[in-house]
Design a protein around this ligand. Structure first.
Ligand code: FES
Ligand code: FES
Length: 172
């Protein structure tokens, strides 16, 4: 069947079997492999994407359920220059990335939180990433990176440039 949706701000139309999940649609039919498969059963968060702005496990979403909706994957999270955005840079700067397998999902969980709340407590951040498992970092640095991004975004309040504003809207 044909599945049409918005992917990272662009229209996307894909022919795929109706029984596959959104994770496999993205990886195997669209060719975006930033979204990772861990458990395949909704336990690890490696496959997290934003669906209409809400964090979901794409392994639990049937591909046709994305029809007509807005999907953001890690490939859609970028700075104005096309490189890492401020949250991704903070993950790097805080040593929050080791093997990296969980990081696409962690970044999207962070963006989903910061879209709703720019003054999260550490408990809020921990709750926001509660569905995202990391076997490497111990989580501390990931919480630090999201906390630092929230503080910086609060300080600037306004996006630093029109381009940043556009990217922010696209990402969130
Ligand atoms: S692969 Fe989807 S939650 Fe683990
Ligand atoms: S950095 Fe390895 S699983 Fe999180």
């Amino acid at each position: 069947m044909k599945i049409e949706f918005t992917l990272n701000g662009e229209p996307c139309s894909v022919e795929a079997p109706a029984h596959i999940n959104l994770l496999h649609l993205l990886r195997d039919y669209v060719g975006l492999t930033g979204t990772k498969e861990g458990c395949g059963v909704g336990e690890c968060g490696a496959c997290s994407v934003l669906l209409d702005g809400k964090l979901v496990n794409s392994c639990l979403v049937l591909a046709p359920q994305a029809g007509g909706r807005d999907v953001v994957t890690i490939e859609g999270v970028r700075g104005a220059d096309g490189g890492p955005n401020d949250l991704q840079k903070n993950f790097i700067d805080h040593g929050a990335v080791q093997c990296g397998y969980c990081i696409p999902g962690m970044v999207l969980a962070g963006e989903a939180l910061l879209a709703k709340k720019l003054n999260p407590s550490r408990a809020d951040i921990r709750e926001a990433i509660a569905g995202n498992l990391c076997r490497c970092t111990g989580y501390q640095q990931i919480v630090d990176a999201i906390e630092a991004t929230a503080a910086a975004r609060r300080d600037t309040r306004q996006p630093q440039s029109i381009e940043d504003a556009k990217v922010h809207e696209e990402v969130l």
